[in-house]
Write a protein that binds this ligand. Structure first.
Ligand SMILES: Cc1cc2nc3c(=O)[nH]c(=O)nc-3n(C[C@H](O)[C@H](O)[C@H](O)COP(=O)(O)O)c2cc1C
Length: 352
């Protein structure tokens, strides 16, 4: 990987400081945590290490007020980061205790994780999904029409588990077409809205931009030339109809469409949904199944209602296109040093 803003992905377990101090070990585990997926790769997190404790905080400056006033994907993204952290901890035989929202649900601290060596006991995340942390990526390309095997779907559902959480997977053409319709509608409604486009344009990047966050054009298959104009075009013009057509066709042609739902919702549940979602994403990676993600339809009440009727669920949280495809390129990540609160090296994103 030549690009500087992809160096976070160059992490090698051989470099684990096995004989180092606890805080050095925890900073090493955080190198896996920060590879987590997040809304438009806004990485809405701040981290702190103090002795044997890691504090995970929301960075509200990186939230998306017009795109999602409830902060659903912000909290889900924090959940994804937590799963990566705990999967890495278990891999290095580190035991842990997770305290959630110690200062209340409206505070910026999501969790404080207390670590203790060699007391991991039974892993919470069997099987070991550690190797998948650096492999996992969102894949927005076309998928083969090869179906996803029933056993793999079963394994993915098991990764989500139960107790108020569930994964529905639609493989029949009618079900996929209905979901594609919902997705198309969401693009037309949201991309047709200027405030929404401005909010999202903040995270759209040209391919060769050396930003440590956001969505480079290549993630959507754009050439360097196209990506150079992408941000301006996206922020300025309403391209919702053509975008909706393209995305609907991709979904209809994919072998499966999944929806992760919950039976209630609040900030705690969104964090937990994010944790389970990342476990699902890592499991899919292990199985060779690619994901393309959509939070838009869930954010529009009438479309969410349609999803509820199609699936007979309570609270859909994220829509997933699933299938097989060659791997796509990773997108930038801030390094642990940039994310550690008080490190003085945080990247300041200028609001436009
Ligand atoms: C909770 C959540 C919601 C997401 N929603 C969308 C979405 O609506 N549209 C989209 O294109 N990508 C979505 N993504 C994918 C992110 O854009 C992607 O994870 C991020 O750009 C980092 O890329 P990576 O997954 O390849 O590491 C979402 C990811 C998460 C975790």
């Amino acid at each position: 990987m030549a690009e500087k803003n992809l160096i976070a992905w160059n992490v090698d377990e051989e470099d684990y400081p096995a004989s180092g101090e606890m805080d050095e070990k925890l900073k090493f585990l955080l190198r896996y945590a920060v590879l987590a997926p997040s809304g438009p790769n806004n990485q809405p997190w701040k981290l702190a290490v103090d002795g044997s404790e890691v504090t995970v905080m929301v960075d509200f400056d990186r939230a998306l007020p017009a795109v999602e006033p409830t902060n659903r994907t912000t909290y889900m993204s924090l959940g994804c980061l937590l799963t990566n952290l705990l999967v890495a901890a278990e891999h290095f035989k580190m035991g842990y205790q997770v305290e959630r929202f110690p200062d209340g649900v409206d505070a910026e601290t999501i969790t404080v994780v207390k670590f203790k060596e060699e007391e991991g006991g039974k892993p919470h995340f069997p099987p070991d999904l550690f190797d998948e942390i650096t492999e996992r990526h969102t894949n927005r390309g076309a998928y083969d029409d090869r179906p996803i095997e029933a056993e793999k779907i079963k394994e993915m559902k098991a990764a989500v588990g139960d107790g108020g959480f569930r994964l529905d997977v639609l493989t029949n053409p009618e079900g996929r077409a209905k979901m594609a319709e919902v997705l198309g509608e969401s693009h037309k409604i949201q991309l047709g809205n200027k405030a929404f486009r401005k909010d999202l344009a903040r995270w759209i990047r040209a391919n060769n931009e050396d930003a440590w966050d956001g969505l480079p054009g290549y993630a959507f298959g754009y050439s360097d030339f196209e990506s150079y104009f992408g941000k301006f075009i996206f922020g300025t013009f309403d391209t919702s109809a053509s975008w909706a057509r393209k995305e609907m066709a991709l979904m209809e042609a994919s072998p499966a469409v999944g929806v992760l739902s919950t039976d209630a919702e609040d900030k705690r549940i969104w964090v937990e949904a994010g944790m389970r979602f990342e476990k699902l994403f890592l499991t899919a990676t292990k199985l060779g199944v690619r994901f393309d993600l959509f939070s838009q339809p869930v954010a529009i009440e009438e479309l969410r209602q349609k999803m509820i009727e199609i699936l007979d669920v309570d609270y859909p949280q994220i829509l997933i296109r699933m299938g097989y495809a060659p791997p796509a390129k990773h997108t930038p990540r801030r390094t642990v040093d940039m994310v550690l609160a008080g490190a003085g090296s945080r990247v300041v994103v200028v609001k436009r």
